[in-house]
Design a protein around this ligand. Structure first.
Ligand code: NAI
Length: 243
């Protein structure tokens, strides 16, 4: 793994860090010597993650879509990895308004609340990096995830618009993963479905969560100090063109 000396001691807050991409990202930053804070609404999972990762600095059990939780979770912060999200597979005509609102509330409104809280603190301290997990589902249409896709498209323009306002003090970028092998993915895809998906990906496999974490470490580092307002795909070629 590349070493970024400047990340040592940085206060990095990762949302959705009790599982999948968030957990792997938190572990990558901890290995860089950063002070990692976990935010997740799954108390049991967060406590287990803290027990298994003694190098994490702390955790907060809260919901990113609740303004009061977000305000309590944030203290001094150098890097935000705003990553918590949910997805629910359903035919478009079967999506209830309740489901639509829940997905938008966590995946888009939650990103807004966390990003605004971080931006207020970072502009005051005159430094910081805000990174968000969007998705290739936010760049092209995909069947069965209309609410999710709309939320992720929103995250991409949230990123770009914030980057314009916060430059040159705070950098803001989002990452668009393709298929990543996480508990979220395993909950919705059978082994046969996973194998079929892999066939259609030029790299012939899902991403490992740690590969997203390593991209986040690069984006938070000084090596990326000219990168802002970008939506960076990490998808094994999935959206490169017809395959
Ligand atoms: P996961 O389900 O393994 O982990 C998500 C974590 O977020 C869980 O620990 C969960 O408790 C937490 N969480 C969910 N809603 C929350 C809320 N309102 N407040 C606080 N914590 C909350 O999922 P995974 O796959 O690691 O996904 C992480 C992010 O990556 C999500 O934003 C997802 O949309 C995105 N993503 C995932 C891809 C994949 O293939 N797995 C592909 C592209 C994007």
């Amino acid at each position: 793994m590349a070493r970024y000396e400047e990340l040592a001691g940085k206060r990095v807050l990762v949302t959705g860090a009790a599982s999948g991409i968030g957990l792997a990202t938190a572990q990558v930053f901890a290995r860089q010597g950063a002070r990692v804070f976990v935010v997740d609404y799954n108390q049991k999972a967060a406590e287990q993650v803290m027990a298994e990762n003694p190098d994490f600095a702390g955790y907060y059990v809260g919901d990113v879509s609740k303004e009061e939780d977000v305000q309590s979770a944030f203290k001094k912060i150098d890097v935000l990895i705003s990553n918590a999200g949910i997805s629910i597979r359903a035919d478009f005509v079967d999506i209830s308004y309740e489901q639509w609102k829940k997905v938008i509330d966590i995946n888009l409104n939650g990103m807004f609340l966390c990003a605004r809280e971080a931006a207020r603190r970072m502009t005051a301290q005159k430094s910081g990096v805000i990174l968000m997990t969007a998705s290739t589902n936010g760049t092209e249409g995909h069947r069965w995830y209309t609410d999710y896709n709309a939320s992720k498209a929103g995250v991409i323009l949230l990123t770009k618009s914030m980057a314009l306002e916060l430059a040159p003090v705070v950098r803001v970028n989002c990452v668009c993963p393709g298929y990543v092998l996480t508990p979220m993915q395993k909950a919705e895809y059978t082994e046969e479905m996973l194998a079929k998906v892999n066939e259609g990906i030029p790299m012939k496999r899902h991403a490992e969560p740690e590969e997203i974490g390593k991209l986040y470490a690069f984006l938070a580092s000084d090596d990326a100090k000219y990168i802002t307002g970008a939506d960076i795909r990490i998808d094994g070629g999935e959206t490169a063109g017809l395959y």
